[in-house]
Design a protein around this ligand. Sequence first.
Ligand SMILES: [Zn+2]
Length: 847
Amino acid sequence: MRDAAPQTIFLKDYTPFGFQVQDVHLTFDLAPNATHVTARIRFAPIKGAADKTFFLHGENVTLISAKIDGEVVTPKVTPEGLTCDVPDMPFTWETEVKIDPAANTALEGLYLSNSMYCTQCEAEGFRKITYYPDRPDVMSTFTVRINGPHGTLLSNGNPVASGDGWAEWHDPWPKPAYLFALVAGELIAHRDTFTTSEGRKVDLALYVRGGDEGKCAFGMQALKDSMKWDEDVYGRAYDLDVFNIVAVDDFNMGAMENKGLNIFNASAVLASPETSTDMNFERIEAIIAHEYFHNWTGNRITCRDWFQLCLKEGLTVFRDSQFTADMRSEPVKRISDVIDLRGRQFPEDQGPLAHPVRPESFQEINNFYTATIYEKGAEVIRMLKTLVGDAAYSKALDLYFDRHDGQACTIEDWLAVFQDATGRDLTQFKRWYSQAGTPRVAVSEAFENGTYTLSFEQDTPPSATTADPQPQVIPVAVGLLAVDGSEALPTQILELTEARQSFTFPGLAAKPVPSILRGFSAPVVLDHAADHAFLLAHDTDPFNRWEAANKLARASLLGTITKGSAPDPAWLAGIAQLLNDDTLDPAYRSLMLDLPGQSELAAQLHRDGHTPDPDAIWNAVHGLIQALSDTMADTLPALYAANQVSDAYAPDAAQSGMRALGSTVLNLLTRQDGGDQAQAQYGNADNMTLQLGALANLIRVGRGDAALAQFEAHWKDDRLVMDKWFGLQVGTAKPDDAADTAKALTGHAAFNWKNPNRFRATLGALAGHHAGFHAKDGSGYTLLADWLIKLDPVNPQTTARMCSAFQTWRRYDAIRQSMISKELDRIAATPDLSRDTTEMITRIREA
Ligand SMILES: [Zn+2]
């Protein structure tokens, strides 16, 4: 059974379910092709409910029997679910259904991954397990019995009892069905304990396949750190006797916060120094924290409907970014987040897929797990905290937890908490939730009789979902520097609320240099002809100092691309000085060389009225790096040597910062020594960070063949390391070779395209290679479209998500546009295309 015809669902049509679910008892008799699920659910009609229809969702399930209070009934069954006449008083509903986990390649509902049963129910996977009101505002306690010949049988909540071939679990916390989870398999547990601030001793376990036992310690420590942090910072303690995490090879997302039983993509939890890079470790720490933090922001307080997804995701991303900043470095985390926001969210917000942080409609909710909901959603909360202040933010959060614990809530509930806690009117602020598009803020300055004036103009371009954007509340953090580099006025928050607004600063001896949007205080595009070289040298705000470097690099690159001008000497000199400044954190220095993304440059060129040429952009970026390498040639060997770690490997901030800078320097050094140092580093590396960094450089200078073969031979049995091997070859290919490289890799015996990690490592790397994907012969477009068409019937969710590679197509020249348009038409014309992919392609084509 394929998807039903696409239907648009609107926020304004929300109606509560007409029945209360009092409790749920499920029994699973596991078998790969015929798992039987028996459900016993006590329903009670809600008096005065507007909609009294008894409709239960159910897809790809075979109904065997249905009973009400023990009497057999015959519901009306459709591909989307069933309806039934039910009593006007509390009743017990019983069904038995049959499902086929082995045939479930979409990885939604109950499926098999390497002979292990696991589930993914967010957003709408539970309806593929049994008939149920599968909507987040229906919450209930669950008792689950699992019958199966497996060593490990897990579900949500606390263990009740178990025996040979069965186990029973009970979750006392009412939850929506999307938080349901079940795991069964032959797994090994890495165990630990944590005692909460409330004195509850919690048994922790991280379940993995045999052979992965050595990759658990870091994830477990990250979990304990997260549990402690949420107690210390948000006053939130854990609330069950056990907390289990399971690593799964086949998984569409990073991880899932099911109550008491988090399920993780193996790549987001398994780590060892030999197989994982520093970036992997940091990401794992952040994802474990994120899923754990959902226990309060998402599970205890959940979303009323999927339009409110940002209620749990924006807040939880914000919380995990605070955690990472506390565990590591605040400025480094902030800069990394902004790089990510500009790389993923800005293109979405400025293209055909633009949607508000809280969308008003969708066809397939899976398509709205986006950078806008998550990352912009987090930025909105960050702004809210900036506007009300830290103390009021804490007070509002306490009120949120007190008032809404156990409820399914809306953005209105969330904002009401802030209004009640602070007395502040948030009517205008709410536009951040209802308007799509990235606001642009233009700044001009004046200085007269000791008074300095900053004038702002805000403007949000219209988008598909927001035809006439209104002015937003934009907190702009501003500091003023004196000409000698000292701070004339420390950071203060200016609140923009109007389309045009000026702020004056009297009593200044001389015209200051402004440092605007410190800490990136709002997710906007700032348009300001600032003295970036001065700010690069003197700004006291670490973010804006980095931003100055970024802006100088951007201007230099744009100059090269549009006018053929030489790299900017001010940038070269400023960066050379900063990289050698030992007083600065190595991780921060390394970020100074993080140039604007090539796709971002294309967006800027398009905004400025040019047609971006991907090859010209690629050449300009590589030319700028070469120029820096030449400028710094004499100092590179010493700087490289100074950033080698002699202690035993640890994935902490200090060591990974040194390795990041060492790796940045190696990239420059390789352009001088032809790869000699990279070869030495590859030979001596005792950790994946150094090994992979060296390998990338060897490939770039054409010396990678032997190392690639050695790497493959050594790591062929480690699927996560092999993902890196696939991805690296595509990512480091020359633009003209990228599609061919990816195509050749799809013919490799280890290219298991049904595994989302391997698919993304290869085809996702191509989509992320700007000049390679947009190669002028169209080979990148065709290859990706071929594979999306092939993957769609197997895994619509991953297919649809990867269609976003085409979202920026209107930026490019007529020939590229026509080639992309042809591929979009070809995908759209595929028979039985999934609802997920149909919606994405339709939105992208309508650009
Ligand atoms: Zn989340």
